[in-house]
Design a protein. Structure first.
Length: 531
């Protein structure tokens, strides 16, 4: 109690004598902790050195230099003159510390300014994009971490995996200003790419007072493209109404975008965007119409599904084929005007499997395509070659089941011949000869053309160049007759037999010398601006 009274009396006396910032001329009182300008927090030790005659030291603090609050009085000094300052009694910000020593020569005081800081830095981490794929494809290859601090601090930024293990350090004890700093992670983890999975970019900031704040921005590394599984396309065959494409999508990051392309032999007819794509089974209705709204012509069509996940990985599915079949008016074609320098070699019957493969070999070696009018029996007989024809990108047309002359037959007979051939192609190679039909021998009557139209064959394909290779006059004669009659837009009728296969290299060479380009029928019509 005596010590307290003495302290209070000294405080009153010194309050009248003290001038802030002053000290004994001999430096009788000097702060040793904290030092001027230090940031302090929690309970911190306040210590001074004082004149040897000092009997006690009164410690105080003030936030305005006028009103002083007692920290404590040390009347011992055996272990130095000090007291414990509970900084939580003061608001964050600059404060003045004052130490007043009672000495034999009278009270001596010293002051110094410090900063009270009991508030941890506010740390915010935002990672953009949240999903990324460091595979070098130019889409979301890196993750950018934006770290925002409420005050300047020393900052450490690390990438940790789902188990909390550090896989990459982006900054270690770096001095960071108040505001936003950016860091980039390219997926590297100790010299190799990190495994796909969930990660966190963790930022820890320590301010000058030793307060620390932390935040984590989640990010997923995903280098795998979505998985796509076709389920069905219904109805098959289609006629006029949209088809419903049903499929399944799977991806760890989730699906960001997906679309279905309707494709014919020329290219993309239209593309349908899938609204709010998701993982799991889904379906979408695809109109079987051109962009201008008109119905597509009867033919083979394919649906291709493209999906992109949130990390930017993209996959395009295998195409799913379906047929569009409905009655049309069939038109006779002998050639195609307006096709520029394009011509079309077509090959009938497909009676010789070896010759068929030789013709395919020559076309493939020259990076060209043609159209084959095979009878249905041979499609089934040479199924592997029929599938190879489709795989190489060549087109096919209907030539009936067994090459019977059609004039004079009933409508049902002709339809049966065409349907059996079409069924063979669908069974063997999952394609249809629509919209191309060539009557055997080129022979036709009104019933023939009506039956073709009823089954969707809008193009009854005849020819205007015929070397009569079926007579087997020799490869040189066949080539000479073709090249002697050829002209832009021409349709040439040939047959799958050994002499024609032997003549094909010379025919193609002659076409090149005439600056004519061999094309399949879809390519020929496409060159003329028709699908």
């Amino acid at each position: 109690m005596v010590l307290v009274r003495v302290s209070l009396i000294l405080a009153v006396v010194l309050g009248a004598l003290f001038v802030p910032g002053s000290a004994d001329a001999s430096g009788g009182v000097q702060f040793t902790h904290p030092l001027a300008g230090d940031h302090v927090r929690g309970t911190t030790r306040v210590a001074v050195t004082a004149d040897p005659s000092t009997t006690s030291v009164l410690f105080e603090w003030s936030s305005d230099g006028t009103t002083w609050t007692t920290i404590g009085t040390d009347a011992d000094g055996g272990d130095g003159w000090s007291s414990s300052f509970d900084t939580t009694s003061a608001s964050d910000g600059p404060v003045t510390l004052r130490a007043t020593a009672a000495t034999s020569g009278g009270p001596v005081a010293a002051t110094e300014g410090v900063v009270v800081d009991n508030t941890a830095p506010n740390v915010g981490v935002v990672v953009v994009p949240r999903w990324f794929s460091p595979n070098g494809d130019g889409r979301k290859d890196v993750a950018h971490a934006c770290v925002t601090l409420s005050e300047s601090a020393s900052m450490t930024v690390r990438v940790v995996n789902a188990n909390g293990v550090v896989v990459r350090t982006l900054a270690s004890g770096a001095s960071a200003p108040k505001g936003t700093s950016s860091f980039t992670w390219n997926g590297n983890a100790g010299g190799h790419r990190a495994a796909d999975g969930r990660y966190g970019i963790v930022a820890r900031a320590v301010d000058e007072a030793g307060n620390h704040g932390t935040d984590t921005g989640p990010v997923r590394l995903d280098t795998k493209a979505p998985l796509i599984r076709w389920i069905s396309v219904r109805p098959e065959p289609a006629s006029r109404s949209p088809v419903t494409a049903t499929f399944g999508l799977q991806d760890a990051s989730g699906i960001a975008a997906a679309s279905v392309a309707l494709v014919d032999e020329v290219g993309v007819v239209r593309r349908v965007r899938i609204t709010n794509p998701r993982t799991g089974p889904s379906s979408v209705r695809v109109p079987i119409r051109y962009a201008n709204g008109s119905l597509v012509m009867p033919a083979l069509y394919r649906l291709g599904l493209m999906a992109t996940d949130r990390a930017g990985n993209m996959r395009t599915s295998k195409e799913r084929s379906f047929r569009v079949v409905r009655p049309v008016t069939s038109k006779l074609w002998y050639n195609v005007e307006g096709a520029g320098r394009h011509v079309s070699l077509t090959f009938d019957d497909c009676n010789d499997g070896s010759a068929w493969n030789r013709i395919l070999n020559v076309l493939t070696a020259n990076h060209l395509h043609a159209t084959f009018f095979c009878i249905g029996g041979n499609v089934e007989r040479y199924a592997d070659t029929a599938r190879r024809t489709i795989r190489l990108g060549d087109s096919v047309g209907n030539h009936t089941w067994d090459h019977q002359s059609l004039p004079g037959h009933s409508l049902s007979f002709v339809e049966n011949e065409l349907e059996k051939d079409a069924n063979a192609w669908w069974k063997v190679a999952r394609v249809t000869p629509l919209p191309y039909f060539r009557p055997p021998y080129g022979a036709h009557d009104r019933t023939t053309i009506e039956a073709a139209g009823r089954l969707g064959y809008s193009r009854t394909m005849l020819w205007d160049v015929d070397p009569q290779d079926w007579r087997r006059p020799g490869a040189r004669v066949i080539a000479s007759k073709v090249l002697g009659a050829i002209h832009p837009g021409a349709i040439v009728v040939l047959h799958v037999q050994a002499q024609t296969a032997a003549a094909l290299p010379a025919i193609l060479s002659g076409l090149r010398s005439k600056h004519l380009l061999q094309s399949s029928l879809p390519e020929l019509f496409g060159a003329a601006g028709m699908r």
